[in-house]
Write a protein of this length. Structure first.
Length: 816
């Protein structure tokens, strides 16, 4: 009998963002999308989930593989251990199992795609026999080996585990790449001279859960060879601070040791405890980003009122968001959708208004209890603490778009009226321990006459003022209505206020602003949908945005945390301004971060994004100043399962092009300070101009990692940077360029273009012989004349020494 684990907490978060993205479609289309997503969840729970095999780690039931001579009979298997660090005296240790109806003939470790080394097979595995009784020799399905490579004159680049069945068919169980020797030394000499600062580190933080059962296995060992002083890996784990409590008898106080054995029905209440994650981080020396989640997705798996205070609060409609008909839906409302089975509980959301005192009490108390434990951990292990992200996807309930609008809770309406007129807490009057909202006061508060003029109604008293409750889409569309505009701006304010207060509550226990991040999804609009709002006062959009805005996700005591998938992760999103999505992030917060990421598209869960998409996403996220990226998901689908039932591309990280791109990035950016910027013109087999364009008479040709630029001998050649780089010389020591053959160029200079289009000399034309040479290339020092000027692009100008073209390998802005 198979033992299945419940789909991890991230599954529900993924569905949330997909539904948010589908808010921009008609209800019938979104309804179908939700059904498909819920059906996907069922597949995860029933057919593509985990199977417990001995005590090694949770493993996928099926392991389809990359075929060399494809097996006609499926080969199933798993690699329990592959020590690719070669730390044991030049030995590689291997352990795993494989079965096939055709029988297993041999298992080989393949080095660099050529050298095939046989491993010992027919190793007893009673656990596999119990799980796969119908396979021949499943009781001896194990393989193992310790391969000595110390006497082999080769530089390891790839490791593969290839299984061959007795019919001659082959399957690759896993494939790993390794960094070349000295590959991480490009920027080492400059860093040694400059010195390392705490803020220099860029993190890849692997999202995972179910730590106790192996959810983070191999994160440290697989990426350790790629780490450097400035690029490191860590883990991100959700802690459900309203759900993991000591229960009703203790007034639902937060429990840092909440056991994962507790169930609600067949589902696990919570997979991880805070102390369990801390212990794992210390034991494995893995930096950690804690997601303190008390939002709608934290209790969506099942109802557990004996432990979850959120579920208890949802029993009282006074604590909940109401729709425009003053209704509150059942929490299992989505179970009524045709085709959905065992759906997550999405029908009820806690109200955000300041008069929802019970909601605020429990949320603040438990959040601060969890944060105080994290603060002690951070003090004891500062190198292991990356930060905290708050409730993901804070919205006024978006799941009924097209049929219902939120929030019309009486407390919310009271706060709306006070916001309009600048009274109550907006005038600085604190009521019953509530917050002082005077710094959120409208720039021009409204009178009752103003309200009547905007609404087209005749309210006699402020107590009668009511927000719009009808939202037409054809005649007099709602997004052009002045009264709807006031209501929508207030809804954005509510979301903003909630992010602000979450960050403030965490800060009150002693955690610094630099460690606190929001977590808001920014899904690309569909063809008919308007771009999402940037500012709190942006125009109303033609769909229910749930009160979200970019500015509203910027917490007052923290940093902007973005959830990015597909085209959003690639910075290819239609915006309400001419600036790109990442440019908007950078303008609002120079230390923004990507708290959840995958280059796969939520609209296409079967398509695995390619290496080019991953390369560009990582390049731009870094070059626009992000603090870290948290890829989804270490314990999600694996790339080798693509095209199989239950495969979800946007939870796939391991064995994917995205994982390869991360490793490539870690090498190219090794020992490069985070605030630097780097363009490498592609990587591996991918060639990319990185947005740089030859100008004038210069012609360019791209190859992976090389930009060949040619012009007439003696004539000036030019190469212009991407637009909107917001380059300020004061932030950088120098511009570094790597020319394959420096002798092909006689002189080089740099200009910068200001916002009005004027070009200004930043680096005077200089003979190459006078430039400092370092491992990374040639240093073009920046003077202080225009240090604080912001340039939207720069341009290199040079002269060729002869007829040979200049081959450019990299350009970098090296941070001070």
């Amino acid at each position: 009998m198979y033992t299945f684990f419940v789909a991890n907490d991230w599954t529900f978060l993924i569905i949330s963002m997909s539904i948010e993205q589908n808010m921009k479609t008609s209800f019938s289309t979104k309804r179908l999308s939700i059904i498909l997503l819920l059906f996907t969840l069922v597949l995860l729970l029933c057919s593509g989930s985990y199977v417990l095999i001995k005590a090694y780690r949770p493993q996928w039931l099926h392991t389809p593989a990359i075929a060399t001579n494809p097996a006609t009979t499926p080969i199933l298997g798993f690699v329990d251990k592959l020590n690719e660090e070669s730390t044991d005296g030049g030995k590689i240790s291997v352990l795993g199992w494989a079965v096939s109806k055709a029988g297993i003939a041999r298992v080989e470790l393949v080095l660099n795609g050529k050298l095939r080394i046989p491993l010992t097979i027919a190793v007893p595995r009673a656990d596999v026999a119990q799980t796969f009784p119908g396979y021949p020799d499943s009781g001896k399905a194990g393989f193992e080996g310790k391969v000595d490579i110390s006497n082999r004159p080769i530089e390891l680049q790839t490791l593969e585990l290839v299984v061959t069945d007795k019919q001659g068919g082959e399957s690759v169980l896993t494939r790993r790449t390794l960094p070349a020797l000295n590959a991480k030394q490009t920027w080492s000499d400059l860093l040694k001279l400059r010195g390392l600062k705490r803020d220099d580190v860029f993190y890849f933080i692997m999202a995972t859960s179910n730590i106790a059962s192996g959810g983070a296995t191999d994160v440290d060992t697989i990426f350790r060879p790629y780490e450097s002083d400035t690029v490191k890996v860590g883990i991100r784990v959700p802690i459900l601070y309203l759900r993991t409590t000591k229960g009703r008898a203790s007034d639902y106080a937060f429990d840092a040791d909440f056991p994962s054995s507790r169930k609600c029905g067949t589902r696990t209440i919570a997979e991880d405890s805070l102390n369990g994650v801390i212990d794992y981080a210390v034991k494995h020396q893995l930096p950690v980003l804690f997601t303190l989640n008390g939002g709608i997705w934290a209790d969506a798996a099942c109802d557990a009122p004996e432990w979850d205070i959120n579920d208890v609060l949802e029993q009282d409609v006074a604590n909940l968001q109401w729709n425009e008909k003053n209704q509150v839906m059942a929490d299992d409302y989505l179970k009524n959708l045709s085709g959905s089975m065992d759906s997550p509980e999405l029908g009820r959301s806690l109200a955000f208004n300041i008069y929802a005192t019970k909601n605020r009490h429990y949320k603040k108390r438990n959040l601060q209890h969890a944060a105080s434990i994290i603060r002690k951990f951070a003090a004891q292990h500062p190198a292991l603490f990356i930060g905290i992200t708050t409730d993901p996807d804070v919205y006024l309930n978006p799941f009924f778009e097209g049929r219902q609008w939120y929030d019309y809770n009486p407390g919310t309406l009271r706060q709306f009226r006070e916001w309009l007129q600048g009274s109550g807490p907006y005038s600085g009057r604190i009521i019953a321990g509530g917050p002082d909202l005077s710094h959120y006061k409208k720039e021009r508060p409204l009178t009752l006459d103003d309200v009547n003029a905007l609404s087209g109604r005749q309210f006699k008293r402020w107590e009668d003022v009511d927000p719009p409750r009808i939202f037409p889409t054809h005649i007099n569309p709602f997004w052009k209505d002045a009264w709807v505009t006031e209501w929508e701006h207030f809804r954005r304010h509510l979301v903003k206020l909630h992010y602000d207060e979450l960050s403030q509550w965490i800060g009150e226990v002693g955690i610094g602003k630099e460690f606190i991040y929001s977590a808001q999804g920014f899904m690309a609009p569909d063809t008919l949908g308007m771009p999402f709002p940037i500012y709190l006062n942006s125009p109303v959009k033609n769909t229910d945005m749930g009160g979200m805005s970019v500015d509203g996700a910027m917490p007052s005591n923290g940093h902007l945390g973005a959830i990015l998938y597909g085209s959003s992760a690639a910075n290819q999103v239609r915006m309400e301004e001419s600036r790109s999505l990442f440019s908007v992030f950078r303008k609002l917060d120079s230390d923004w971060a990507v708290v959840e990421h995958n280059t796969a598209d939520l609209r296409n869960p079967k398509r695995l994004a390619n290496f080019a998409e991953a390369y560009r996403s990582l390049r731009d996220i870094h070059n626009y100043g992000a603090r870290f990226i948290s890829p989804m998901a270490w314990n999600g689908s694996r790339g080798i399962f693509a095209d199989q039932a239950g495969f979800i591309s946007y939870t796939a990280l391991r064995d994917t092009p995205l994982e390869d791109a991360i490793k490539t990035f870690m090498i190219s950016h090794a020992n490069l300070p985070r605030r630097s910027r780097l363009w490498t013109f592609g990587a591996g087999e991918h060639a990319d101009g990185d947005g740089w364009l030859p100008s004038g008479n210069t012609q360019g040709q791209i190859a992976p990692g090389k930009f060949t630029l040619s012009t007439v001998r003696g004539a000036q050649s030019s190469l212009e940077s991407p637009d909107d780089i917001a380059f300020q010389p004061a932030s950088y020591q120098a511009i570094v360029i790597k020319i394959t053959e420096p002798e092909t160029v006689t002189e080089v200079g740099v200009e910068g273009q200001t916002s009005n289009g004027a070009w200004i000399t930043l680096v005077a034309t200089t003979e190459l012989s006078r430039l400092q040479r370092v491992s990374a290339g040639l240093m073009l020092p920046l003077t202080g004349q225009y240090a604080d000027t912001e340039f939207k692009r720069i341009r290199f100008n040079w002269k060729a020494a002869g007829s040979k073209p200049m081959i450019l390998e990299r350009i970098a802005f090296y941070a001070k």
